[in-house]
Design a protein around this ligand. Structure first.
Ligand SMILES: [Zn+2]
Length: 125
């Protein structure tokens, strides 16, 4: 029980630091645009980026008050990981980084997408 709680807390800390760095980035973008308010912000999050979507949403809610993102909508685009097989040339959805090809079982896989963790766009006043 106690251990479980600690792990949850650790995981949330990871997302918390991501939320904080996104806010920093958004603030510097707003300064560049000479704006004091951000309406909405869009992030791309890959399913293999190591980020827990729910924890990240929670982290934003927890830290955005008093920042430039206080009244902004935070939109998270979930990007399903996809791999390209170097043997048979098929593309397929990946659940784990070390998945092999579901068709020919090859491990010669190139990850096409799914590791994204980036600020895609933001709308300023
Ligand atoms: Zn294959």
């Amino acid at each position: 029980m106690c251990k479980f709680y600690t792990q949850q807390k650790y995981s949330a800390m990871h997302e918390m630091s991501i939320a904080l760095s996104i806010i920093e980035l958004a603030e510097s973008e707003a300064v560049k645009a000479n704006s004091k308010k951000i309406y909405d912000i869009e992030l791309d999050i890959g399913t293999l980026s190591g980020v827990e979507i729910q924890s990240l949403e929670f982290a934003f809610e927890a830290v955005k008050s008093g920042t430039i993102l206080e009244s902004a909508d935070v939109n998270l685009n979930i990007i399903q990981a996809e791999g390209l097989c170097g043997e048979c040339g098929r593309t397929f959805a990946m659940q784990f980084v070390y998945d092999n090809c579901p068709i020919c079982r090859s491990y010669n896989i190139k990850l096409l997408k799914g590791k994204e963790l980036k600020l895609k766009s933001l709308n300023v006043e």
